[in-house]
Design a protein around this ligand. Sequence first.
Ligand code: SDX
Length: 435
Amino acid sequence: MDASQSNAPKSATLTIGDESWELPILNGTIGPDVIDIAKLYAQTGKFTYDPGFTSTASCESQITYIDGDEGILLYRGYPIEQLAESDFLETCYLLLYGELPTAAQKADFDYRVTRHTMVHEQMSRFFHGFRRDAHPMSVLVASVGALSAFYHDSTDISDPQQRMIASIRMIAKIPTLAAMAYKYSIGQPFVYPKNDLDYASNFLRMCFSVPCEEYKVNPILSRAIDRIFILHADHEQNASTSTVRLAGSSGANPFACIAAGIACLWGPAHGGANEAALKMLGEIGSVDRIPEFINRAKDKNDPFRLMGFGHRVYKNYDPRAKIMQRTCHEVLGELGIKDDPLLDIAVELERIALQDEYFVERKLYPNIDFYSGITLRALGFPTSMFTVLFALARTVGWIGQWKEMIEDPSQRIGRPRQLYTGATQRDYVPIARRK
Ligand code: SDX
């Protein structure tokens, strides 16, 4: 029985001094109820205050659900553990349309995405303005934003057709742009997509093939990267998705909104953690130095944190991290990498941290970024490309959440308020009279 049928209270009473107000309680299908405070300011002249949004629902959504205590992640109701065995474009279809596709729908979707994987030829000139050592994330932010300058026929967000074509274009072109950013950073020529390859194989070929020889896709590795994309596809209202929604709420075009999401994801507290986690494992350097770094992570005066550990929502093991760990072993096995010293450090670090009181009482567990770096490095990607791959996969989540917001009839521009603690009103003093 869900809360809406039980005798759960339908409202919350707020009492300030000798006044009281009834605030409606809204029920979801699963997960916490919400207290509707939309009229709070009009009724009480007060705001709520929740800087990190730890207790704030910013929107209603039907796309992804996380139970942080139980370590559950559902895309449109399907557990991530089950979807991890499907293919990424099927997950894209599910996130966009809300249902799993029939065979015919899947074939049509694959066809549509495949035939939008090329980018306008002028885009290749756009890249050449960057230094070769530019971080690929800076190139990706810029090139995705630049798509607005090329695809005017999918920027009218009031047109459902244009919203869908923009979504398809974003999903289709993000691997091409990501691969171009990588090729540019290593001074190799761009590789065009091939329509007879699946999404993940196409991406690996655009990254690792060279004109001088045929590139043979390893099916185990393309399966692994496809699964990694599925794991990263969406994750409720995380920082970058919230950024995309806020940018989209002003009516900005979808490409600009996705560029904003990429910029936010870059931070080491968010999508940049996979790059930071691998660097951290390298800095630790050996298993016997782990205690030193565990102590640093616990020291309030030391800004060091265990990258790839902890999560705002998961207070249990991130279900994606378990699948990522399994994928990591699969990839290392396929590549014949027997003893990766960084993997040994990661496994020992996880073992020690999960027994340590500091991490246990704060419910800090490995998150998706803890094992992804080792896997991506084994696949041949430099650390600077790790967050690019996260952004590639998350693009479907961003564009799906953007589309859901635009199609929500109650959607308005997002405009939070504040607790002001600055100077009270005072008069201007001309500089000649200032002491
Ligand atoms: C992602 O939101 C999403 O869904 C994100 C994501 C997605 O798919 O979109 O899941 C992807 O961003 C995963 C998280 C990747 N980031 C990292 O791995 C960076 C390391 N983790 C931390 O920075 C931190 O855990 C956060 C940012 C992930 C969560 O921060 P919160 O929720 O604000 O938690 P907090 O900083 O308030 O920490 C609570 C306590 C603090 O100690 P006390 O002040 O209570 O004594 O836990 C400690 C923190 O110091 N803590 C850590 C820690 N993470 C939290 N201590 C050491 N190492 C850590 N990693």
